[in-house]
Design a protein around this ligand. Structure first.
Ligand SMILES: [Zn+2]
Length: 274
């Protein structure tokens, strides 16, 4: 926390992401072995070339006030912090007993091979969730349709243009917000983007609460699929990719841990009334 003042933008991402890439095969191997070491189950829902798309699952340790939490990463192949954060979360394996976790650590491995945002055909998978044209998204949705409803979704991303970490909140039923707790947890490890306008939307303290009309948008991101079909509360976390990669991984890990812990505690406070 003390040396955060020395964390500066690198200034090398001009017009796109030109930071470090990852060996996605290596990262996915490490992810699979960390998951299996901690007793997670792994389901392959799509295969292309020599890559498997995996969904990892951890049962809750108790049925009391169980919270089902969905986490995805790596839908954009030039955003390495998400899969690396997934790996760290699995290795640390610190989850509340009442948390049931569904973790999809990499939704676009072929994009990572090319270090590009889209898939091998250059299609942005995160605009393909309304009427999917890609096999990756169609198979992902087919997997989602077999799952229960989630209490929370978290989508891990990076933004090469941003001045710090920020997040999008979707919370149409006005459940207790987790946004401020996530920002507070990230701030000691990564600068937060305090701009009043981020990605052409009003923002406050690193939080964007977009007014959304899914039916008016032809090109749904994954988050819109969730809010429409699977989960009534969720966050898209955006780490600033013009900062060093370890800082971005720390930021995503801190944000996820804060959200998971806050939800698990919130739920226990309100469960007496249900
Ligand atoms: Zn992204």
């Amino acid at each position: 926390m003390g040396n955060l003042g020395s964390v500066k933008r690198l200034g090398k991402n001009l017009g796109g992401y030109y930071g470090e890439a990852i060996d996605i095969r290596h990262v996915l191997r490490d992810i699979e072995s960390a998951a299996s070491a901690h007793g997670w189950t792994s389901e392959i829902f799509h295969t292309d070339r020599d890559f498997n798309w995996v969904a990892l699952h951890r049962e809750s340790r108790t049925e009391i006030n169980r919270q089902r939490i969905y986490i995805s990463a790596g839908i954009h192949g030039d955003e390495p912090a998400g899969p690396l954060a997934s790996l760290r979360l699995l290795q640390e394996n610190r989850w509340p007993a009442n948390a049931e976790i569904f973790l999809l650590p990499c939704l676009n491995p072929l994009g990572f091979v090319l270090n590009q945002r889209g898939n091998a055909q250059g299609i942005d998978l995160n605009r393909d969730y309304r009427n999917p044209k890609t096999a990756e998204t169609a198979r992902h949705i087919a997997w989602l349709e077999r799952q229960p409803q989630f209490d929370l979704y978290l989508c891990l991303h990076e933004d090469w243009e941003s001045h710090g970490f920020y997040l999008y909140e979707q919370n149409p039923d006005l459940q207790p917000s987790l946004a401020e707790k996530m920002i507070a947890a990230v701030a000691p490890v990564c600068p937060v983007d305090m701009s009043e306008n981020i990605e052409d939307r009003p923002a406050q303290g690193g939080i964007i609460r977009p007014i959304i009309s899914p039916q008016e948008r032809p090109d749904w991101p994954e988050a819109l699929y969730h809010i429409t079909h699977k989960s009534r509360q969720g966050y898209t976390l955006e780490a600033p990719s013009d900062f060093p990669l370890p800082v971005r991984v720390d930021a995503l890990v801190a944000g996820v841990n804060a959200a998971v812990n806050a939800l698990s505690t919130n739920g226990s406070q309100s469960s007496s009334s249900s």
